[in-house]
Ligand binder design. Structure first.
Ligand code: CP
Length: 306
């Protein structure tokens, strides 16, 4: 594997190898290992053209745990503001001996665009492009599910909310179906589900109560208001009434169901605080596992392992 741009078409064996490698980076105390020398001497550049808290930070921690040198380009104070073309920025960073670019951009396809351009020794990781893909989020979500549920072959997983604008949902659906989850459900209003989403191998529900019944895993999504240009936005109260996850609605899932959310959360819009902070929530462990999973991805791409 040279780049990680999408989970669409990524073989089950590779996904499993990434999850197993991430597991090997987990220490007994549920922390990832402190430091390994796998990427010593490598330079990793974080290029985040769109805001991020979890992804950018965990990529930085992961790179440091692999002993790489990591540079976070501050786009707002970079020469991008003077009109420099994105590929010129990339070429100049490559001239500083970059080995890997971690790219987030609001335009779908941006990471692919950079991956097609860079020299053969440079890897590109897609850290989220428009509404297209967020592969490392999808992988850390699979890691979380495997840790809490043990296996994928007997699960019912529901993804709830704004699937239409969600790169996370697309990556999750590709990973869940590739790993053999027998029932993946998407739940949301017609206006927030992509046309033809059934062709991705999912069952569609517009009624949240029906969609949650008997689920093992409930994944909540944020309303991606920043991607809804010109669309009629539902009010927060109205949305919460029909598609917000409350304790009452969660009780329809299996008693040991876990609740996930990629973040950032909007409390009182797609999820009640009692659920987000409750005993079934694994939202913060997801963030923690993102470090080990991103370590595994970078180690694999940069040739440190596998
Ligand atoms: N899940 C996720 O991508 O969060 P950030 O936008 O904070 O990176």
């Amino acid at each position: 594997l040279r780049h990680l741009l999408t989970l669409d078409g990524l073989p089950r064996a590779i996904i499993t190898q990434i999850l197993d490698t991430a597991e090997s980076f987990m220490d007994v105390g549920e922390r990832e290992v402190k430091k390994v020398p796998l990427l010593r001497g490598k330079s990793i550049f974080n290029l985040f053209f769109e805001p991020s808290t979890r992804t950018r930070t965990t990529f930085e921690i992961a790179a440091k745990r692999l002993s790489a040198d990591v540079v976070n380009l501050n786009i707002a104070t970079s020469s991008q503001t003077k009109g420099e073309a994105i590929l010129d920025t990339v070429d100049n960073l490559a001239a500083m001996h970059a080995d890997m670019f971690v790219v987030r951009h609001s335009q779908s396809g941006a990471a692919h665009f950079i991956a097609r351009h860079v020299a053969p020794h440079i890897s590109v990781v897609n850290a989220g492009d428009g509404r297209h893909a967020h592969p490392t989020q999808g992988l850390l979500d699979m890691f979380t599910i495997r840790r809490y549920k043990g296996a994928f072959h007997n699960l019912t997983v529901a993804i709830v909310g704004d699937v239409l604008h969600s790169r996370v949902a697309r990556s999750q659906i590709h990973a869940l179906t590739t790993l053999g989850v027998p029932e993946v459900r998407v739940i949301g209003p017609k206006t927030l589900l992509p046309t033809g989403v059934e062709q991705m191998g999912v069952k569609v529900f517009h009624d949240m109560e029906a969609g949650l019944a008997g689920c093992d895993v409930v994944i909540m999504l944020r309303l991606q208001n920043e991607r809804m240009r010109g669309a009629l936005l539902p009010s927060a109260q109205e949305y919460f009434k029909f598609f917000g996850l409350t304790l009452e609605k969660l009780a329809l899932a299996k008693p040991d169901a876990i609740v996930m959310h990629p973040g950032p959360m909007n409390r009182g819009v797609e999820i009640a605080s009692e659920v987000a902070d409750g005993p079934q929530s694994v939202i913060l462990p997801q963030v923690t596992y993102g470090i080990a999973v991103r370590m595994a991805v970078m180690a694999m791409l940069a040739g440190g392992t596998a």
